[in-house]
Every structure is written in C-alpha cells, then in structure tokens.
Write a protein that binds this ligand. Structure first.
Ligand code: NAP
Length: 526
C-alpha cells in the first residue's frame, strides 16, 4: 500500500493533497500518506445533518440494534485482514485481538442493549410524576436523538476499538458520526470503515471518515453537535476551549492521558497468591500493546516492606519478555506505533529519572527478534523505582509505552494519598485478600477514578484485568483523565440524546409517544 489514504466524505472516497507520510512501525517502510487538505469537510457535515441523521432517526432503537448485530457479524469475517494490517502498527496478533475483537464486542454489547429498548424512536426516561394536588397535571422526561453529528476523534493506540466504542452508542442513539482517526494508524481504521461502507448496512451519511486534520470542520459545528475526544491532555484542553465549542455549547467529552496505579495490599506478602497476581498483572499491563494503553499501570504502589521483593519479581519476569516482529510466533511484545512515539517515550523516561531510577531495561538498547532495532520502533520494558514516593515526576509524567514506576507506601492511607497524586485516572487496581483493606482503598480511590478493580484469588480466574474497559462499565475518569465518561451501557447512548421534561395532562403524556407529529419531529421530517 503506497497510495494516499482516502477519507469518506459526503458519500465519496477522496484523498487529500500533500499527505504526511506514515511508516510501518516495524520495518520503517512507507505505508500511506495522510491528509484532508482540499477536502470539502463542510459538505460532509451537511451530509450528516441532512442525510445520515434523519435516516438513522427514522429507525427505532430496536431496528438500530439489529443494524449493529449485522455489522458485528460482517466485521467478524474480516478479522484476519485487520490482524495482518495491525502488525504494521507494531501490534502482535494478541494485541490486535484486543483492538479488533474488543471493538466488535462493543458493537455486539450495544446491539444487545438496544434489543431491550422500545421499538420506538423516542425513549421515556421515567414514569409520569404528579405535579399538582389533583391528578390532571403531570411531568415526564423524554429522551430524543440529537439532530447534529457526533464527531469522534481517536488516539493512535486502538484504531479499531477506539472507533467502534464511540460509534456503537451513537448509532444506537440514532446520531450520525464523523470519525477522525489518529494519523499514525489511520490506515487500519480506514480499512474497517471501507468494509462497513461496502456492507451497505448503514444508511448513507450515517458514518463518514476524515483522515488528516479535522480543524476546518470543527469551526462549523452547531448546538446539536458533539465531540468525543481521546488523546493527550494538551489536545483535550485545546479542543475544550475552542471558541466554537464554547459559543455553541457543543457537547464535549474527553478521555485523556492518565497515570493509573495498582496498589498491593499490606497483607499480600511475597509467597501469597495475591503477590503473584500483582506481579503477573503489572507485567501484563506493561507489555500488552507495548504499554500503549490509556489504562496501563504507570504507578505500582506497594508496601515499603515488600518493595524489594516486588522489584525483583517484576524485573525477573520482564527480562523474559521477547520483543520483536509482531508477526513472529515467539514474540510477546511488538513495537511502538512509530519512531516519533518511541522518541516521546524515551524523553518521558528521561524526565521520570529525575525522580526515579531505572532498575530493569534499557530505553536505548533492545535486540528485537526478526526485526531491525533502529528501523522499527522497538523499546524493551523499563521498570523504575522511586525511592522517594512523594517525588513529583512519577505522578506527573506519562511515558506512553512499556514503562512503570514502583514506589513504596508507609500506610494504607499513604497509598491512597499517592494514588490521588495522579490527579484523576481512568483505572486503579487493588490486589488484596483483605476485604477491610479493599473497602478502605475503594472508598478512598473512588473520587479520583472511573473504575477500580479489586483482585484476589476469588475472582482472578474470571477477572477481565486492570486495563480492559468494558462496554457495560464506565470508561473515563476525573481531572487529568479528561473528565469524560464513555461506555457504561446506556450512559454512552444518553450522551447522544436530549432529555426534555414534558408537562401536561397524563392522557397527553400517554399519547405523546405514539403521536405521528411527535414522531415526525423526532425524525426531522416535519
Ligand atoms: P493527540 O496528539 O492528542 O492526538 C489525539 C487525536 O487528536 C488524534 O486523532 C489527532 O490527530 C487529533 N488532534 C490533534 N490535534 C488536534 C486538533 N487541534 N484538533 C482536532 N484534533 C486534533 O494524542 P496522541 O499522541 O495521538 O495519543 C496518545 C495519548 O492519548 C496518550 O497520552 C494517551 O494517554 C492518550 N490516550 C488516552 C486514552 C483514554 O481513553 N483516556 C486512550 C488512548 C490514548 P492527528 O493524529 O492527525 O494529529
């Protein structure tokens, strides 16, 4: 593939001018160029407003759920192609499965949720409440699909899951989407969108794709539109404060970087099953997707008395991790998404060493299997130890790669304070067999985290792990994590609906759901 990557705008596949070259993360070979320059993105916006949105709103929630089921079935058939393409982004097949199968699983989960929603285009959120002394006046909340477009801006680490986890709730809600993948891995997203479009399962205008900059389009958003962003805190802050977002009250949600932590309980001494679970989980989180996961464990917070044992055990395991070409059978960890990303991770490790020292791994030296260490974006796992757990760097600096910092805590209360130093994270885990420790820590961690996993031998065999966001559970976190909330079952669908309190007679409220005029208004065809 040496062509300019195409976008799908206003029903046409078109390439922009003067694209940015994207290299294969493993071989350094040219893959595609990416640009949206010269594309009529405003026409795409109009197409979503005037064609995609009305067509989706014309379907009931259950019909849209059926569409998601069919889409999941279609995409499942193409998985081998997606895995092969994902290798070029540095992902092993196991990594690609997290991305591809995980994304398709989100589609299926939202299809299942939608199957339980009414066969209608409007949702009644609650039962009518009496608003007067008599029985003649009541109020009730309705939820109707917003009339605008859902702009979905994604990070480079999960080109498939990142798209589908935002797309599924929007489609179920009846809102058209414009997807903007991150440039380094946009060619994987493009392949999936091409298959979705070719399937003919979605109405025209329900899904568009912009590869390259989307800035020109954002300036034209209106009050019914929304932006869902995943990426760095810096870009999130810029978009949140964009004049159009502020002026038009564009609904905005962000998932940003996050210094997730995992806490080892004081009871989990070396030799216990929980100690082993902790070590295993940390190694997995550092190495899956080469640590390029927004939920990966960046801070390992352990009892001071067990610190050396943790460092030894984790270092020992990391030394055995085979790094190399993601398609090679014996390889456990592939490459980062590109040389630029590797430079960023190395710089972040340098910054971390101002408050911690490297105990395992060398950021400048790796010997990848079946690959060239310099042409490919390889970086071995790097474990650091912060002898002063209260130093600033481990709580401030995100190295978006196979990097984690271990620190000792003095008491459970101190562990909670250290966790809060991340200023808001997507996920935390507590590994303990002591329910009292779990209770204290969960209560302390909750205000600063979107999700908390408590891991012990009772749930370990069935646990989905620290790093896995799940369709039915909230994905998002306060503060540094962006303040957003995605997934969480119907919560994410609600993001695309407008709630309206309707007041009047109970008879009118009963009639409203089947009123042809109301349905026409909702469908935007009145
Ligand atoms: P980034 O530079 O902020 O880019 C993220 C997305 O925003 C990309 O699609 C990018 O497009 C786009 N973008 C950049 N500037 C923009 C602008 N002015 N207007 C509109 N869109 C703009 O982040 P990244 O370096 O690609 O991603 C890595 C970061 O994402 C890490 O810090 C990681 O923690 C975070 N992340 C968070 C989550 C989460 O769920 N919380 C998940 C994954 C990653 P281009 O690529 O074309 O520039």
């Amino acid at each position: 593939m040496t062509t300019a990557l195409e976008s799908y705008v206003a029903g046409r596949w078109v390439a922009g001018d003067d694209g940015v070259p994207v290299a294969d993360a493993v071989t350094g070979e040219h893959v595609v160029t990416v640009s949206s320059s010269g594309l009529d993105l405003v026409a795409g916006l109009g197409h979503a407003w005037r064609a995609g949105g009305p067509a989706l709103r014309g379907l009931t929630f259950r019909e849209r759920a059926g569409m998601l089921t069919a889409l999941a079935t279609q995409l499942r058939e193409h998985r081998p192609h997606y895995y092969a393409l994902s290798h070029r982004t540095g992902a092993t097949t196991a990594d690609a499965k997290v991305d591809v199968d995980g994304g398709i699983a989100v589609l299926s989960a939202y299809a299942a949720l939608g199957a339980d929603l009414p066969d209608d285009t409007v949702l009644t959120v609650d039962a009518p409440q009496r608003l007067s002394r008599g029985t003649g006046f009541a109020g009730q909340h309705l939820a109707t699909p917003r009339l605008g477009v859902a702009v979905q801006i994604n990070a480079y680490n999960f080109p498939v899951w990142g798209m589908l986890e935002k797309l599924a709730p929007a489609l179920l809600a009846g809102v058209a989407s414009i997807v903007k993948p991150a440039t380094p891995t946009a060619y994987v997203t493009e392949r999936v969108v091409r298959d979705i479009v070719a399937s003919g399962l979605l109405p025209d205008g329900a899904l568009q794709l912009v590869c390259g900059s989307i800035t020109n389009l954002l300036d034209h958003l209106g009050p019914q539109d929304s932006i869902a962003f995943t990426g760095s805190a810096t870009t999130a802050a810029r978009l949140r404060a964009a004049p159009v977002v502020v002026r038009e009250a564009v609904r905005f949600t962000a998932e940003a970087d996050s210094l997730n932590c995992s806490i080892l309980g004081p009871d989990a001494a070396p030799g216990t099953a929980e100690f082993d679970l902790y070590v295993e989980q940390l190694v997995v989180e550092m190495t899956v997707k080469a640590g390029q996961k927004c939920t990966a464990i960046r801070r390992a917070i352990v009892p001071q008395k067990h610190l050396d044992a943790v460092l030894d055990a984790v270092s020992g395991r990391l030394a055995q991790v085979v790094v190399g070409h993601p398609a090679s059978a014996q390889v456990q960890m592939g490459a980062l998404a590109g040389l630029e990303q590797r430079d960023d991770v190395r710089s972040a490790i340098t910054a971390l060493t101002r408050g911690a020292r490297i105990v395992s791994g060398d950021p400048d030296k790796v010997d990848p299997v079946d690959a060239d260490a310099e042409r490919g974006a390889f970086l071995g796992p790097v474990l650091l130890h912060a002898s002063d757990p209260d130093a600033a760097e481990p709580h401030d600096v995100e190295a978006f790669g196979p990097v984690s910092t271990v620190m000792g805590y003095r008491s459970v209360a101190h562990a909670g304070e250290l966790a809060a130093r991340g200023r808001g994270s997507l996920a935390a885990s507590v590994v303990t067999a002591d329910d009292n420790t779990a209770r204290d820590l969960v209560r302390t961690l909750a205000p600063w985290h979107g999700r908390v996993l408590v891991l012990d031998t009772r749930c370990a065999a069935e646990s989905t792990g620290h790093g896995a966001p799940l369709p039915g559970l909230l994905h998002g976190g306060p503060g540094r994590a962006g303040g957003g909330a995605e997934l969480g079952g119907l919560h994410a669908v609600d993001h695309h609906l407008q709630r309206t309190a309707v007041q009047g007679s109970p008879a009118m409220l009963a009639a409203i759901q089947s009123s042809p005029a109301m349905l026409a208004a909702i469908r935007g065809t009145s």
